[in-house]
Design a protein around this ligand. Structure first.
Ligand code: NAP
Length: 272
C-alpha cells in the first residue's frame, strides 16, 4: 500500500529521523519517494547524507504532490507549518496528514486547512528507534479506514500500534510517550542502589536492564496482573517485602501515577 506513495516528513528531528529510518528499513518505500524538511541547512545536509532521501528547508515545496505528510515539528510550530503548506495541498488530490505533535488536536489542524483533508494524530515513543515502540493513532473528521491502514503500515514498522478515540490522546502522551523517561529514571535509581551496596556501576546497569526487560516480558507472556507477579517474588519475612514496604513508605505508587497525570495535563497545554 505504501509502495507508490510519496511521503513528506516535516521536521526531521529525533522522532522524524526515527520514522524515516523505519519507513526505509521496512522496504515499503524507496528513497526517491521520501522527502524530509528541517529548519536549518545543517539538519537538511545531515538527512541527505544519512538517509539518501530528498531534504529541504522549504516545507511548501516539499509537500507538492505528497500522498502522506507527517508533521513532526514541535507543537508550537504546527499552526505555522500547516498554514505554510495549506495552498500546496489544496485541490482534488488530498494528502493524508499525520501529526505526531503532543497536545495538538486533529480539529486544530482541520480548522486551519478549512477543507476535508484527512488528518490522523499519532503518538509514538522513542523506543520506536529500535522497533520496540508504542504508537497510538486516532482519527480526525475525514479519516477513513484506508487512511488508518496506511498509518498503521508506517508505525507498525516501528513497534506496536493501536487506535483509540482522540479523547485519550493526552493520557497516551503522559503514559507511553513520556513513559520511557520515567522508566529510565527508575532504572538509574535502582542501579544507584546496586552501586550503594557494592556493585560496580557497569554490572548494576546490566542487572537493572535485564531485570526490567524480564519483568516486562513476564507481564506480556503470562498475561498476569503485576500485583500477582509481585506476590511471587515476596517470600514471607523476606528481603523483597522489606524493600516494597520502603517503596510504599515513599509513596511510589501515587508518585508514579501522578507523574502520568501531570504529564498528560501538560500535554493538553502544549497545543494551545
Ligand atoms: N521526543 C519524543 O519522545 C516524542 C514522542 C512522541 C511525539 N513527539 C512529538 O514529536 C514532535 C517532534 O519532537 P522531537 O523530539 O523529534 O523534536 P526535535 O528533535 O526538536 O525535532 C524537531 C525538528 O523540527 C525541525 N523544525 C523546526 N521548525 C521547523 C519548521 N518550521 N519547518 C520544518 N522543520 C522544522 C527541526 O529542525 P532543525 O534540526 O534544523 O532545528 C528539528 O529537526 C513534537 O511535536 C513532539 O511533541 C516527541
Amino acid at each position: 500500500m505504501l509502495e507508490r506513495k510519496k511521503i513528506t516528513i516535516i521536521g526531521a528531528g529525533t522522532m522524524g529521523k526515527i520514522i524515516i529510518s523505519g519507513i526505509l528499513d521496512s522496504g515499503n518505500s524507496q528513497v526517491e519517494s521520501i522527502t524530509a524538511t528541517a529548519r536549518t541547512k545543517q539538519t537538511v545536509n545531515e538527512i541527505k547524507r544519512g538517509f539518501g532521501i530528498n531534504a529541504d528547508t522549504d516545507n511548501a515545496k516539499a509537500c507538492v504532490d505528497a500522498d502522506i505528510i507527517i508533521l513532526a515539528v514541535k507543537p508550537k510550530e504546527i499552526g505555522k507549518v500547516v498554514k505554510t503548506i495549506r495552498n500546496k495541498i489544496s485541490g482534488d488530490k488530498k494528502p493524508l496528514i499525520i501529526s505526531i505533535a503532543a497536545g495538538v488536536s486533529t480539529k486544530y489542524i482541520e480548522d486551519i486547512l478549512e477543507d476535508d483533508t484527512p488528518v490522523i494524530r499519532a503518538m509514538p515513543n522513542t523506543p520506536c528507534c529500535i522497533r520496540n515502540g508504542m504508537t497510538t493513532l486516532c482519527r480526525g473528521s475525514y479519516t477513513t479506514d484506508e487512511h488508518i491502514q496506511l498509518a498503521r503500515i508506517i508505525f507498525e514498522t516501528l513497534g506496536k500500534c493501536i487506535e483509540l478515540d482522540e479523547i485519550h490522546m493526552d493520557a497516551v502522551t503522559g503514559l507511553s510517550a513520556s513513559g520511557p523517561a520515567f522508566i529510565y529514571l527508575i532504572m538509574e535509581s535502582l542501579a544507584d542502589g546496586g552501586v550503594m551496596v557494592g556493585l560496580p556501576r557497569k554490572v548494576a546497569m546490566e542487572l537493572v536492564m535485564q531485570t526490567v526487560m524480564g519483568a516486562a516480558k513476564m507481564m506480556e507472556v503470562t498475561g498476569r496482573h503485576p500485583a500477582s507477579l509481585k506476590d511471587d517474588v515476596t517470600t514471607p519475612a523476606g528481603c523483597t517485602i522489606s524493600g516494597i514496604l520502603t517503596l510504599e513508605d515513599g509513596k511510589i505508587r501515587s508518585v508514579l501515577a501522578r507523574a502520568v497525570q501531570i504529564a498528560a495535563a501538560r500535554a493538553g497545554e502544549l497545543g494551545k
